[in-house]
Every structure is written in structure tokens, then in C-alpha cells.
Design a protein around this ligand. Structure first.
Ligand SMILES: Cc1cc2nc3c(=O)[nH]c(=O)nc-3n(C[C@H](O)[C@H](O)[C@H](O)COP(=O)(O)OP(=O)(O)OC[C@H]3O[C@@H](n4cnc5c(N)ncnc54)[C@H](O)[C@@H]3O)c2cc1C
Length: 475
């Protein structure tokens, strides 16, 4: 976009600066902890119009446009909403985003579009994420949306991984008329949208709606297919695929390497979130046993996943739910909004504590965790103060369940079974960041499997960029 002011007739910025936001509509904590239903409430039309009128339509390129990794034309969408043209607003998002129903709910808006809104310097920024969710819900309610499918090209593309990157790549390629098959190791599509992000942040029906659009557009899905074990990329080319996109994410839980990690009651965040949030019929066979967390649950880690685990444990009925983190709140990588929600729901954060040993009771199950107090010293490679143990400060906390939320690594199976596919030494796939091209002819990649753990919106953008180069490659 050029640096200019588009015509939004009648916008009086001074007058608009006086308009007050009704705030983010969320269910009260005492009500929402009783179930796993969505926490955010979608506003009615009048409230949405009033919120959209708060936009002062900054000169192009607007700060919110620049801060959005997808470059959504948010200013134009706000304009349509305030005029009551909700479907037009929804279509503005659909031009640059393959999953606005998801991004509107899970993007860290405070750090992206809303964080860049100049109104946030004095009060509440325009609640752009909420209004995106509103516009897309309006479009769904009138059943208005269909992916426009291009005329058949006769080319077949295999997409490995039905997560954000894979889905977005598929959505763009089907518009060009290519035949798409998505293969995934899990029984259902969605990647971390289905098997990671809890239902109270992202109700699963939004993922099913999105998936329904792809199925209607003719995309085929092969579930329970682990590429690198059930078949490999060379076999996909032999089956007749003309190009392959790899969107496998980074889904291996980082290990902790302390004594007692194998005691029953010590569980990885991924397994915990899947078993507490995913409906039975979508669970992989090995995760179908009932989850019992007991009364005292400790979560180890300081990121968004830790907050999701705390909030899920509260909803499972645990009486005491707390987070153990070895630095202080100032160094926590997770989103402060999620931390506030967790605290409001009754979870507690305990800082400068390092678990060093998990202890079993007489029944062989987890009974306690031994910890040591920490202090901060000079910054380490991450730029954050280095935590070091304080001698002779060991203490014991009684717990029934420990959830380890220490971050994620990529799975190296594909890299090891695909000749000439270059990876970094820790397993992330090497690509040209603009095109998604890998070192292997006809193989493209994007999302967390390339960047390491990141965001839904960045994986979505990577999938879309790769689709552009796959289309060029095929034609
Ligand atoms: C608990 C949690 C909460 C999060 N919350 C947020 C949030 O609120 N907002 C946000 O923006 N981001 C959030 N994220 C991050 C976000 O979910 C990821 O950045 C995003 O899902 C990455 O998309 P992807 O397509 O690269 O990978 P994924 O979504 O991980 O999808 C990869 C898919 O590939 C499949 N796969 C893997 N290996 C193979 C194989 N060899 N063969 C076949 N299939 C394979 C997997 O089964 C999976 O379906 C969260 C992450 C976690 C773990």
C-alpha cells in the first residue's frame, strides 16, 4: 500500500477519539471454569458497529495492517462493519487470510494488530480481533461462504500435515484448480487447532467449519498416515503427485531430564491437553483412557502452553492448580492476557522455583515434587537473566499430577527418510523463507516445522506463500 489517506467520508478523528469501547465480552470466571466452552462472547450487531466506529482510519499503510502478519486490510473491514456491511467485511479478511475464523480468536492481538492501534496509547485499542470474529460469524450464519475452486489443471499435490500451514496451502492451491490430498498422522484434521489449543480458547466447531469448506472444495484427506513410517515422500512422487508440501509442525514435547519423569502422574503438556480437550471420537486409540488429575496439579513452564494447561486443570476440578517457573514473571515468554485469565480462574503462579526430582508414593504413583529456590544472574544466550539454584533451599511440594510444558521440538522422521532434504541440526527443515522451496526438487515446506514453534497466523502465511511457488512450479 502507498502512504496515503483513503477516502473514508465523514470520519472526524477527534470526535471518534471520544468514543469509548464496551470492552472484550468474556464469560465471568466463576461461570466459565465449570465447562470447556468458549470464553469469548461474540457481540451483537449494534455493539460491533459502535466498536468499529472507534477506528480513526490511519493513513495507509495503517499500523494494524503492518502489524498483521497476513496484512489484513483491517481499516477497510472496520469501515464495512460500521456501515452494517458485515459480509463485505468478512470478504476483506478472506482475501488475505485462509482462516479468519481461527485467527480472530487465537492471534495474540495485543502483540499484533491491536498492539499497533494508536488508540491503545490512551485507553482501549479498537478490538479488531473481536470484530473479525463477529464479521466471520455473520457470514457463517447466512451460509454465504464457499471457496472458489479453479478449473482443473490435472496436477496433483500431496500436503503432509493438516495443520494451519497445510490447510492454508491447500486452500490456496484448490483455488488454482489443483487436486489436493492432505495426509496426516492423526485421525482428524486441524493439527494443533484440534490437538493442542484448548476448546475454551478455540471451540472446535470453528475448526470443523473451516475443514467443511475444504471438503466442499474437493480436497481429499488421508488420516492416520505417518509420512516417514507408513510411506515416504519418494513413494508419494511414485504414486503420481507432482509436488509435495510439508507442514508437519514441531510437536515433540521437550524433555526435562530429571529423576522420576516416568512415574505415573507426570505427563507431557500435549498428551494432557489432548486428553482433556478433544472429543472421544477424535482421540487417537492410545489416548482414550480417562484422565484423572487429583486435587493438586503443578504445571512446569512459562509459555502459553503452560497457561492452557493450568486453565484445563482448573476445569477438570483440581482444587489447587499452580505453575512453577524458574525465572520471574518479567521473563515469562507467554502472553500476559492468557496469564490474567488463568489467574482469574484460580490458578496461581509461583516464581523462582526449579523442580529437581519427582517422588512416587507407596502406591507407585506421583506423590510429591522436590524443588529448589532460584535467583537471577547475568543474561544468558536468550538475553534473559540466567536462573541459578540457591544452595540448601530444597523443599518438597505434595502433588497428584505434574504437567511438563517446556516447549516443543520438531520430529525428525521426515528429514531422515527423505534423501537430499536439508535440515538444521536440530531438525527444522531449511527453506527459502519467501517461497517455501526446500533443497529437494518439488518439495516445499512451511509453518512450525520450518521456523520452530510460532503462531497460527505465521504458519498460515507460510502455507499461502508456498502455495504461490507451488503453483508457479506446476505451471
Ligand atoms: C498448547 C498450544 C497452544 C497454542 N496456542 C496458540 C494461540 O493461542 N495462538 C497462536 O497463534 N498460536 C498458538 N499455538 C501455536 C500454533 O498452534 C502453531 O504455531 C500452529 O499450529 C503451527 O501450525 P503448523 O501447521 O505448522 O503445525 P501443526 O498445527 O502442528 O500441524 C502439523 C500437523 O502435521 C501432522 N504431522 C506431523 N508429522 C507428520 C508426519 N510425519 N506425517 C503426517 N503428518 C504429520 C501433525 O499430526 C499435525 O496435524 C499454540 C500451540 C500449542 C502447542
Amino acid at each position: 500500500m502507498n502512504e496515503e489517506r483513503r477516502e473514508f467520508p465523514g470520519v472526524d478523528r477527534k470526535e471518534r477519539m471520544q468514543l469509548i469501547s464496551a470492552g472484550l465480552p468474556i464469560r465471568p470466571p466463576e461461570e466459565r471454569v465449570k465447562d470447556f466452552e468458549g470464553v469469548l462472547l461474540i457481540p451483537d450487531a449494534d455493539t460491533a458497529i459502535m466498536e468499529a466506529q472507534r477506528c480513526i482510519h490511519c493513513p495507509d499503510p495503517a499500523p494494524c495492517f503492518k502489524a498483521c502478519p497476513a496484512n489484513n486490510d483491517i481499516s477497510l473491514a472496520m469501515w464495512h462493519i460500521e456501515k452494517g456491511k458485515f459480509l463485505e467485511a468478512a470478504n476483506v479478511y478472506r482475501q488475505t487470510s485462509s482462516m479468519p475464523e481461527i485467527c480472530s480468536l487465537v492471534c495474540p492481538h495485543d502483540q499484533l494488530c491491536q498492539g499497533a492501534c494508536p488508540r491503545g496509547r490512551r485507553g482501549e485499542p479498537v478490538l479488531t480481533g473481536l470484530l473479525e470474529a463477529f464479521a466471520i460469524q455473520q457470514q457463517r450464519q447466512v451460509g454465504e461462504y464457499k471457496i472458489p475452486v479453479g478449473g482443473p489443471t490435472g496436477k496433483n499435490v500431496a500436503i503432509i500435515g493438516a495443520g494451519c500451514a497445510g490447510i492454508s496451502c491447500a486452500e490456496q492451491l484448490v483455488r488454482k484448480g489443483h487436486q489436493i490430498t492432505i495426509l496426516d498422522a492423526k485421525p482428524a484434521p486441524g493439527g494443533l487447532l484440534t490437538y493442542g489449543i484448548p476448546n475454551f480458547k478455540l471451540p472446535k466447531e470453528y475448526v470443523f467449519d473451516l475443514w467443511g469448506d475444504l471438503v466442499d472444495a474437493g480436497i481429499e484427506f488421508q488420516p492416520n498416515t505417518f509420512i516417514g513410517k507408513d510411506k515416504n515422500i519418494d513413494e508419494l512422487f511414485n504414486e503420481g503427485y507432482d509436488a509435495v508440501f510439508v507442514g508437519v509442525g514441531a510437536n515433540v514435547d521437550a524433555p526435562m531430564r530429571v529423576e522420576g519423569e516416568d512415574i505415573p502422574g507426570v505427563i507431557n503438556a500435549t498428551e494432557f491437553l489432548i486428553r482433556s480437550n478433544v472429543p472421544d471420537e477424535l482421540l487417537p486409540e492410545n489416548l482414550k483412557t480417562k484422565l484423572e488429575v487429583g486435587d493438586r496439579v503443578a504445571v512446569i513452564g512459562g509459555g502459553d502452553t503452560a497457561a492452557d494447561c493450568l486453565r484445563s486443570a482448573v476445569r477438570l476440578g483440581a482444587e489447587e492448580v499452580f505453575c512453577l517457573y524458574r525465572r520471574t514473571e518479567a521473563e515469562m515468554p507467554g502472553n500476559s492476557h492468557d496469564r490474567e485469565l488463568a489467574t482469574d480462574e484460580g490458578a496461581e503462579y509461583r516464581f523462582l522455583i526449579q523442580p529437581i526430582k519427582f517422588i512416587a508414593g507407596d502406591d507407585g504413583k506421583l506423590a510429591a515434587v522436590e524443588c529448589i529456590k532460584m535467583e537471577l544472574t547475568e543474561p544468558d544466550d536468550s538475553g534473559r537473566p540466567r536462573p541459578i539454584p540457591i544452595e540448601d533451599t530444597n523443599f518438597i511440594i505434595e502433588v497428584d499430577t505434574i504437567i511438563k510444558a517446556l516447549g516443543y521440538w520438531p520430529d525428525e522422521t521426515i528429514a531422515k527418510t527423505t534423501p537430499k532434504l536439508q535440515t538444521h541440526k536440530w531438525g527444522l527443515i531449511v527453506t527459502d523463507i519467501e517461497t517455501g522451496k526446500t533443497s529437494r526438487e518439488g518439495v516445499f515446506a512451511g509453518g512450525d516445522g520450518v521456523t520452530g514453534p510460532d503462531l497460527v497466523v505465521t504458519a498460515m502465511v507460510a502455507g499461502r506463500k508456498a502455495a504461490v511457488s507451488i503453483h508457479e512450479y506446476l505451471t
